[in-house]
Design a protein around this ligand. Sequence first.
Ligand SMILES: Cc1cc2nc3c(=O)[nH]c(=O)nc-3n(C[C@H](O)[C@H](O)[C@H](O)COP(=O)(O)O)c2cc1C
Length: 195
Amino acid sequence: MSTDVRLLFISGSARKSSYNKKLARLGVAIAEANGIPATFLDLGDYPMPIYDGDLEAEVGPPDQARKLKHVMGLHTGIFFASPEYNSSISPLLKNAIDWVSRVREDDEEPLEVFRTRVFAIGAASPGALGGLRGLNAVRQVLELGVGALVLPEQFAVARAGDAFDEHGHLKDKDMQGKYKAQIQKLARAAHVLHG
Ligand SMILES: Cc1cc2nc3c(=O)[nH]c(=O)nc-3n(C[C@H](O)[C@H](O)[C@H](O)COP(=O)(O)O)c2cc1C
């Protein structure tokens, strides 16, 4: 596989003990164990105000949105681990995507950073459905909103408080295997798209 393939794992929660951070960190570990370079990104390191058109008109997108877009641009495949809030996308993740979608350099096509990468999505939740319903919203934002290519596979880790072992692996081996397959497919798709 091309050494150009690099995967970025982003949690839609900045909470210290976030299950979605665990899922994103596990993704990095699985990728690296399979020879795929990968990075974990904490959205808590990119604090941004809630999107506001007046603020944008006055001072433009926040520097953190530019920095986040830059890091996204260094990777060819991006995985979002998004918690479900009231059956929808995490507001932290939505706000980050909204701001990044407003950053455009002079030589760029609209939404270029989203349209030139491959995405995959998953969720973790203490609930019985694992945040599965929220992934519909995540997919809608990415596919319809910013024109991203999102792999059809997705999965949700239910009862997340008891789903990870002491090494951060999923206790359910089938689920761990599904995650690994999804990551390998994300890397292959990024390779096909980026050479
Ligand atoms: C406002 C709010 C709404 C929530 N709605 C849902 C929901 O619809 N489905 C669900 O599975 N969990 C829901 N949860 C629980 C979250 O999944 C839980 O807080 C989870 O731990 C958040 O993700 P994190 O562990 O990555 O921070 C909700 C939590 C909050 C605070």
